[in-house]
Every structure is written in structure tokens, then in C-alpha cells.
Design a protein around this ligand. Structure first.
Ligand code: HEC
Length: 209
């Protein structure tokens, strides 16, 4: 019920930019698409976490910044090699300015930010653009945990080495000042059809393993 209301608000906000595909919703299996998105987000999150934890263990937060700077975009690229799939992390207060949210993502992130839910919220919808291309969009909120504060918390508590490393790699960094439980941003998945059909089947079979 909540999801329906969220979708309604955002569609209203974006009337004119993006059109909802009403006629497709009866035949489109959104349960399958959502399950595939959840699966790819889980795999992506695990890959990022593995990289982060091993980089933190060997080089502390300063060393991990250098690793994340290269590894995080590379991990995204490897997932995005799958047909019809695009996954990224977005935020209203970004560290990496190359992943700026689009207008739909801004509207959803602002909504996520305005709630006090403990569990991460999700948003999904099916769209067609002016060229008739059909896309399923799925966003899942990312909450701040204790570990995240080491690099996204209050910078006054960071070592000078960490502040210097952040200033060097991310001179326009806005991703600090968070507390545990805050909304940090979201995973944003786009499935483009018909290419995504094979990717969905593959992801669902990975889920069954
Ligand atoms: C070792 C420091 C470090 C830790 C710990 C860390 N991050 Fe980050 N985070 C980064 C760096 C560096 C980037 C930019 C990566 C890039 O260039 O793509 C980033 C980017 C992000 C982004 C992408 C959006 C943006 O602002 O560019 C999100 C979302 C994010 N982090 C969430 C988290 C969460 C949630 C945690 C805790 C589970 C966490 N981070 C822990 C360093 C860290």
C-alpha cells in the first residue's frame, strides 16, 4: 500500500517528463523484476562490502579510500556488463560526483530522506520514454551503519590523513556528517527491455542456487 502511495506522489511530481506505462502493467511480471533487482543488489552489496572490509583491514580508512576510488566503479562496471542491466549507488550528498541522481532518483531520495523508517524503503515503476523504450526502475534505500561513520561520519573525528585522502580524490565530497540510521542514498537499478529478459532469468536462477 505504501509503495503505491509513494509511486503516486512521484509520478505527480514528474508529470511531463516521464510517462507511466499503464497498458503494460497487466502483462508485466513486476514480482519477477523486483526479485531480480533484489538479487543483483544483494550480489553488488556483497562485492562492495568484501572489497571494503579487505581494504580496511590491510590499509585502514586512508588505504581503503584509494581502493574504493578504483574498485567501487570497477565493481559497478562488471555488473553492468550484463545485457539490459544498469546498477549504481546514488545519493543527494555524493562523494563521487560521476553518479549524480536523475530527476526521478532525486524525487525518490527526497522521499526516503523524509521518513523515519528503520527498514530500507524501496520504489519501483515501469516507464516508457519518448522513443518507446521500456524500462523498469527499482530503487532501494541504503541506511548508514556504524562502520560507515569511519568515512561518512563527522570529519572532525577523522584523522588528518583521511581528510587529506578524501580532499585529494573527492574535492567536492558532500558525503560526510551522517549518523547511524540516516538515509545515505540508494541502489538504483534499471532494467531495459527486451535485453533484460535474459539477465532476469539468469539472476533468478542464481537466487535459487
Ligand atoms: C573506507 C572509507 C569508507 C567506508 C568505511 C564507507 N565508505 Fe561509502 N564511500 C567511500 C568512497 C571512497 C566512496 C566513493 C567511491 C567511488 O568513487 O565510486 C563511497 C561512496 C559511497 C556511496 C555512493 C554514493 C556517493 O556518495 O558517491 C554510498 C551510497 C556509500 N558510500 C555508502 C556507504 C555505506 C552505507 C557504508 C557503510 C556500510 C560506507 N559507505 C562505508 C568510502 C567509504
Amino acid at each position: 500500500m505504501k509503495r503505491v502511495i509513494i509511486a503516486g506522489i512521484i509520478i505527480l511530481a514528474l508529470t511531463g517528463c516521464i510517462k507511466r506505462v499503464e497498458e503494460k502493467s497487466e502483462t508485466f511480471d513486476d514480482k519477477k523484476a523486483i526479485a531480480a533487482c533484489e538479487q543483483v543488489i544483494a550480489e553488488y552489496q556483497q562485492a562492495l562490502k568484501r572489497e571494503l572490509v579487505s581494504a580496511m583491514t590491510s590499509g585502514g580508512p586512508v588505504g581503503a579510500i584509494a581502493v574504493c576510488n578504483v574498485a567501487a566503479p570497477a565493481i559497478a562496471d562488471s555488473f553492468n556488463a550484463r545485457p539490459g542491466l544498469d546498477i549504481k549507488r546514488i545519493s543527494l550528498k555524493q562523494r563521487n560526483i560521476h553518479f549524480a541522481p536523475d530527476s526521478l532518483e532525486v524525487a525518490v531520495l527526497e522521499f526516503f530522506n523524509s521518513t523515519v523508517e528503520i527498514e530500507p524503503l524501496t520504489y519501483s515503476n515501469l516507464f516508457t520514454d519518448s522513443a518507446g523504450v521500456i524500462r523498469f526502475r527499482y530503487l532501494k534505500e541504503i541506511k548508514v551503519g556504524q562502520l560507515c561513520l569511519k568515512c561518512h561520519g563527522n570529519p572532525e573525528g577523522f584523522s588528518s590523513g583521511l581528510n587529506a585522502a578524501l580532499a585529494e580524490k573527492y574535492p567536492q565530497d558532500k558525503a560526510v556528517g551522517y549518523n547511524v540510521g540516516d538515509s545515505r542514498g540508494a541502489f538504483s537499478v534499471t532494467l531495459t527491455f527486451p535485453e533484460a529478459e535474459a539477465t532476469i532469468t539468469e539472476l533468478l536462477s542464481e537466487n535459487g542456487r
